[in-house]
Write a new protein. Structure first.
Length: 418
């Protein structure tokens, strides 16, 4: 495992370009299993999670060219097994997206417990409920063992929660079920819409993408497709926070303006100079003010993936900010290390934290316990006085490609140590 050595207190400036959305890349790769024809994905993020998913496809018998680059070519004329490599599955929560395509192509799917951030505390009940509604049967055994010997059937279903990956699991299964399915209480995030667009380009009939009710006409023979991934707005928001906490001036390119509005709304409430022009976001030097309250929400609410980063931002803002993540309780616990950096935090409960600022942070030894809080701690270390060490760096690189190189390009004094 690698350690990132960070010398804080330096203003960052320059231009950074985001790659494709990590949360879109994983379901798009899973969708490629539904067709025997070639699929080409471009603007693919060069990150750890995408490489793991690509290697899972290889393990299942797919042909994948371009791993580690921004262009992937995937062909799946045959799927040779229904039990993906448990070691790879254990590294990636998104491996759950393989269940629907495997049931469609093989009639059975045997998946070890998916890994990723906090695997023991994040269930896949919504995913399983959707698959069972479409005719899958659960077999008893270790991990998740399902079968659909007669194929998947269309269904009208209501998701207990508007889970993003749960919605994507339902979409992938419905694309293979002959007939019309309706998914209600569906997630509306941009990456769900992107999956719908990709499935439509394969030949699936889809209506209602971006709304809470999606109708899918599936079961047709699917063809080939090419798709350029939309820019990752979570990554763009992360760079915006890095600019703000370091008093910097950064131009962020590649994210769609309609996706960045929800992020920019919170930044502007904190008096951060943030301008959007097409796919360019400019964050300039600002005098940060507390936002009062920041609450996550289902899209188009403020994304939970940015809660850790906005909490770091609040440590540098004048006044008191209540950060409320009602969706997940574990992101805030991962930020307890900020207290050791002299941040003024009060954890009200697993979902709410009060941040009082501004505080001069000091460098510290940091533990990247999950992807998003790891990036948040890097932002804190960049703003802090002195030196910090964060490890393992690989946790953060699961979602941020060429991280060290890009930080250095903005003037950050960072170095990888192994």
């Amino acid at each position: 495992m690698s350690t990132l050595l960070i010398e804080g207190g330096h203003r960052l400036s320059g231009t950074v370009e985001v790659e494709g959305n990590k949360n879109a890349a994983l379901p798009l790769l899973a969708a490629c299993l539904l067709t025997t024809e070639e699929c080409v994905l471009t603007n693919v993020p060069r990150i750890g999670d995408v490489e793991v998913m690509a290697r899972l496809l290889l393990d299942l018998g797919a042909e994948v060219e371009g791993i580690g680059s921004t262009t992937l070519r995937i062909r799946c004329p045959t799927i040779t097994k229904d039990d993906p490599d448990p070691a790879l599955v254990g590294r990636l929560r998104g491996s759950v997206l393989l269940l629907g395509p495997l049931l469609a192509r093989r009639g059975r799917a045997r998946l070890a417990r998916p890994g990723g951030d906090f695997p023991a505390r994040r269930t896949i009940a919504t995913h399983l409920d959707a698959l069972i509604a479409m005719g899958a049967r659960v077999r008893h055994g270790a991990g998740h063992d399902l079968e659909a010997p007669n194929g998947l059937a269309p269904a009208s279903l209501y998701l207990y929660e508007a889970s993003v990956t749960g919605t994507e699991t339902a979409l992938l299964a419905a694309a293979a079920a002959r007939g019309v399915s309706e998914i209600r209480h569906a997630a509306c995030e941009p990456h769900v819409v992107e999956l719908c667009r990709f499935l439509a380009s394969l030949g699936v009939g889809i209506a209602g993408a971006g709304t809470s009710t999606i109708r899918v006409e599936g079961g047709a023979k699917l063809g080939r497709a090419e798709h350029r991934l939309w820019g990752d707005y979570i990554e763009a928001g992360s760079w915006a926070v890095v600019a703000a906490v370091t008093g910097g001036d950064i131009e962020i390119r590649g994210a769609r303006c309609e996706d960045m509005e929800v992020v920019a709304a919170v930044l502007r409430r904190m008096q951060i100079a943030c301008a959007i022009d097409g796919d360019v976001v400019r964050v300039g030097e600002s005098t940060l003010q507390a936002a009062g309250r920041i609450t996550t929400g289902l899209w188009p609410g403020f994304p939970s993936d940015l809660v850790s980063l906005v909490t770091v931002l609040a440590t540098q803002a004048e006044g008191r900010t209540l950060v409320h993540d009602w969706m997940y309780e574990l992101r805030l616990f991962a930020l307890e290390q900020l207290s050791g950096m002299s941040a003024d935090l009060f954890l009200c409960d697993p979902h709410r934290i009060i941040v009082t600022g501004p505080r001069r942070l000091r460098g510290s030894k940091l533990d990247s316990r999950d992807l998003r809080s790891g990036m948040a701690l890097i932002a804190a270390a960049l703003a802090a006085d002195g030196q910090s060490r964060l490890s393992p760096l690989e946790t953060v690189e699961r979602g941020y490609g060429r991280l060290v190189e890009r930080l250095q390009g903005l003037g950050a004094r960072v170095a990888r140590m192994t």
